[in-house]
Design a protein around this ligand. Sequence first.
Ligand code: ADP
Length: 328
Amino acid sequence: MTRVFSGIKPTGHLTLGNYLGAVRQWVERDQHQADALFCVVDLHALTVEHDPARVRRLSRQAATLLLAAGLDPERCTVFVQSHVDEHARLSYLLECVATDGEMRRMIQYKEKSVRERERGEGVRLSLLTYPVLMAADILAYRTDEVPVGEDQTQHVELTRDLAERFNQRYGQAFVVPRATHPPVAARVMDLQVPGAKMGKSHESGAGIVYLLDEPEAVRRKVMRALTDSGREVRHDRERMPGVTNLLEILGASTGADPRKLASRYSSYGALKKDTAEAVEELLRPVRERHAALVADPGEVDAVLRRGAERARAMARPVVDEAYRAVGL
Ligand code: ADP
């Protein structure tokens, strides 16, 4: 059976981008078709300045939201990264096959390190090595497929390189995984900041739809979305990024082809109204289930405890074998 692994960082509230780019595929496809593990990758939240109490709160919220979005712990393994020591153990071994040049070429590192420097903070070494820990997350489970948004493509490529290099040097310890993306909305953009992806750790909340936003907030954000100059509704990422983003969101929310949707609209107002309604409908059940789960925190704890036990049992032999392979 295909093994699937993917994760989400508890660095902010989950967004529509996380949902359409990743989580929905986990819920609707992967947990049914594969032996799947989904992880709240809390160690990754420490790569930039963080508040300990907030990370803890957001980890629990992310896990609760994954269940609210429809992950079924009877069908897949849901757990928190720091509960399974194997991730950090394997990360060190992979640091011994990765090079610093390779790390410095990562686009996310380049972007985030500039931001950290501008804030006057030093750049944490873990920000540089973050993709190695991500590779360890994936390789520890002999993962075949990694369902992610487009922004993670480069990191999965690096994971493949590290797995191949390790296997070549020390024998076949790892499966070489591949990334999978949703057909539509693999990169949801911020509704206010041109060229920026809708990211949960970004500062501007006005252009970000959060999974727990009330319908009124969703409507306000979508209706105020920056559109392009002109009035034409066309699917054209280069020339009409604002409109194309709305078409992608509407298409992904309703299951329609965004290119075909374009011909149905002759005004931005109508497109925004339909998009707002579709997103409200999409998020309503998630919000409702989240409210029910929050009322029963013991249930989430139990799921995460069982998840960590299962994950540990899978990762331990793989990581032990890798340690033996390098001569330890
Ligand atoms: P963020 O960038 O919001 O902090 P994470 O790094 O935790 O998100 O990513 C969790 C998953 O959500 C990844 O698979 C990532 O590719 C996906 N993702 C994040 N933002 C977007 C977006 N704007 N559009 C599509 N997918 C996204």
